[in-house]
Design a protein around this ligand. Structure first.
Ligand code: 8YV
Length: 333
């Protein structure tokens, strides 16, 4: 009999979901969370037909140079800046991601972080745990209101829209957004969001949330100049990618009272966190858990597995993976 194609799963996901790959493939499943080096990634990709990977594994020309049998890479996650999609497509390798299934969960965390930054929730907990709460007082931990304030969304994709809906419908916020292109009127009215240019978004937002893809073009979109345009009473929340923010410029603004607070779920060099950010009082720090609910992580793993099975020509959607990454969406490198 023909040997079955081999596939690699780079990190432990859910055994029952990964197990479904066993119906069609020989599975090289990773049992422990592993920090694969680029050389190890290249070795693993050599000799497999497909791989399920996470943001921990960068896949570019060097990693696929020897991967002559590789036909599909299924990324667990909606953001795919870890993949050089152009290089994959140039070799005829299908790339997929996991949009939609994590939208609402990530929007929940984005809103939680925004609230935590504005109302100083984690700062207050630290203060209490340090035994500094002696007596209730009128001016303890005053924050900034969320309800009725202006919510700014940079990157109005699925997650941006879901955060906008929470702000508009749940908190009575005025919603402004900036995006590569203006959205259809139907979506704008659903989110009660108005399109503005980038400078207006910076100047008018009381709470700015970053939800745009990372690429060389969006690197440090929030830099010192952008931060200088924001209100000193504003908050900045990032649930997208750390590289969107110049962390030293952010630390300067937070330390200098030029920005009220920030909340970051993502970092430029994660899991390493800039020590200047760690030293600040007015920042909420979260270890990249935007999509980390039980149900959503199961849905992401299932979608990645469905994508890989279909991309490798098996299952009910053989040849037609549910969520391929389109060539035109590829970021230039
Ligand atoms: C994932 C994410 O956990 O979807 C994304 O873009 O950052 C997270 O939801 C991560 O990508 C896992 O690979």
């Amino acid at each position: 009999a023909e040997p079955r194609p081999r596939v690699w799963v780079s990190q432990p996901l859910f055994d029952d979901i990964v197990g479904r790959l066993g119906e069609y493939f020989d599975v090289d499943a990773t049992a422990e969370v592993t920090a694969w080096t680029p050389v190890q990634v290249a070795e693993k990709l050599r000799g497999v037909a497909g791989a399920v990977v996470t943001l921990n594994e960068r896949i570019g020309p060097a990693e696929i140079a020897q991967a002559h049998g590789l036909r599909a890479v299924a990324n667990v996650g909606v953001g795919y800046d870890n993949l050089d999609v152009e290089a994959l497509h140039a070799r005829g390798i299908v790339a997929t991601n996991t949009p939609d299934v994590l939208t609402e969960t990530t929007a929940d965390l984005g809103f939680a972080l925004l609230l935590a930054a504005a109302r100083r929730i984690t700062e207050g907990e630290r203060w209490l745990r340090e035994g500094r709460w002696r007596q209730w007082s009128f001016d303890t931990l005053l924050g900034h209101d969320v309800h009725g304030a202006t919510l700014g969304i940079l990157g109005m994709g699925r997650i941006g829209q879901a955060i906008a809906r929470r702000g508009a419908h749940g908190f009575g916020m005025r919603v402004l957004y900036h995006n590569r292109s203006r959205l259809p009127a139907g979506i704008e009215s659903n989110c009660r969001a108005a399109y503005v240019d980038f400078d207006t978004l910076l100047r008018e937002s009381d709470h700015l949330v970053l939800v745009l893809p990372y690429s060389p073009q969006t690197r440090h979109v929030i830099d010192a100049a952008a931060l200088a345009k924001m209100k000193p009473t504003a908050t900045l929340t990032n649930v997208a990618r750390g590289g969107l923010v110049d962390e030293d410029a952010l630390a300067d603004a937070l330390a200098g009272g030029r920005l009220a607070a920030a909340a970051l779920d993502v970092f430029e060099g994660e899991p390493r966190v800039n020590p200047r950010l760690l030293a600040l009082r007015n920042i909420v720090l979260s270890p990249h858990v935007g999509s980390a609910s039980h149900a959503t992580r199961r849905a992401m793993a299932a979608l990645a597995v469905d994508n890989l099975v279909a991309a490798l020509g098996h299952g009910p959607r053989a040849g037609d993976p549910p969520t391929p990454i389109a060539a035109k969406a590829t970021a230039k490198r």
